[in-house]
Design a protein around this ligand. Structure first.
Ligand SMILES: NC(=O)c1ccc[n+]([C@@H]2O[C@H](COP(=O)([O-])OP(=O)(O)OC[C@H]3O[C@@H](n4cnc5c(N)ncnc54)[C@H](OP(=O)(O)O)[C@@H]3O)[C@@H](O)[C@H]2O)c1
Length: 231
């Protein structure tokens, strides 16, 4: 049986990953900030307690990541999906993005995925599939940026892209493959009601890309449909 470890599992794209991987018979280690309030996740657990385990994790507290990695030291983790993310307003005229918010956002979108990859690499290296997936955004593509703005989000995801490329190089000796995945513009709290696709469609596409990920195509930036996105 394959095992998934995922962050931000209580809603949006993360919850859909849990739903689909459980349907596919995977064991899922689902992390979220407030398990007590994660109603949908708890409902899945009540039906699939053999497959789903829920863990409290706020990824902006690196000590919590360290404690979880220690608790799960003997797990074989086939796929880590760094899904949790934030998108605060940050345009040139915006007063919203204070220094503290900026730093907290970078911890969540950029530094925590690296921390999880570092601390869980031993458990991933012991598994069959050995894959680390970082959920990025096309807004992190420098080539694709034709409209400006969104300083925080664009830069945090562009930095995540670079981290993922370095991880591909550094973890190849442990046979761990990595990729950054753009989920599309998805109908979630972050994506909004006008978004183009459902979380169901996005996650179904991403799962196929994950299936095709190997050491040979590691370290790349993919759309949920499987096409490569220019950096
Ligand atoms: N939706 C889109 O159109 C779109 C497009 C491109 C990329 N993405 C990316 O896709 C990923 C998922 O987005 P989504 O649309 O599902 O967003 P969402 O509906 O806003 O959900 C965000 C998830 O991240 C979690 N999270 C935020 N800060 C956290 C922290 N400090 N510790 C742990 N969990 C935290 C949230 O938990 P709480 O419930 O506790 O806040 C929630 O589970 C993100 O990385 C996002 O950047 C989304």
């Amino acid at each position: 049986m394959s095992t998934l470890l995922i962050t931000g599992a209580n809603r949006g794209i993360g919850l859909e990953f849990v739903t689909q991987y459980i349907q596919a018979g995977w064991r899922v280690l689902a992390c979220c900030r407030n398990p007590d309030k994660a109603e949908a996740l708890n409902q899945i657990e009540s039906k699939h307690s053999d497959l789903l385990s829920i863990y409290q994790l706020d990824i902006s507290y690196f000590t919590e990541i360290e404690e979880l990695a220690a608790d799960l030291f003997d797990e074989e983790i086939d796929v880590l999906i760094n899904n949790a993310g934030v998108y605060p307003e940050s345009n040139l005229s915006s007063q919203d993005i204070t220094d503290d918010n900026w730093i907290l956002g970078f911890k969540i979108n950029t530094m925590a995925p690296l921390k999880l990859a570092q601390l869980f690499a031993p458990q991933i290296a012991q598994s069959q599939q050995k894959k680390i997936i970082n959920i990025t955004s096309k807004m992190g593509s420098i080539t694709d940026n034709t409209s400006g703005g969104s300083y925080f989000y664009r830069s945090s995801k562009a930095a995540l892209n670079m981290i993922t490329k370095s991880l591909a190089i550094d973890l190849a000796s442990q046979k761990i493959a990595t990729a950054v995945l753009h989920p599309g513009w998805v109908q979630t709290e972050m994506g909004g009601a006008n978004a183009l696709i459902t979380a169901q469609k996005s996650v179904a596409g991403i799962r196929q890309v994950i299936n095709r990920l190997t050491l040979e195509n590691s370290g790349k930036f993919y759309n949920y449909t499987g096409e490569e996105i220019p950096w």
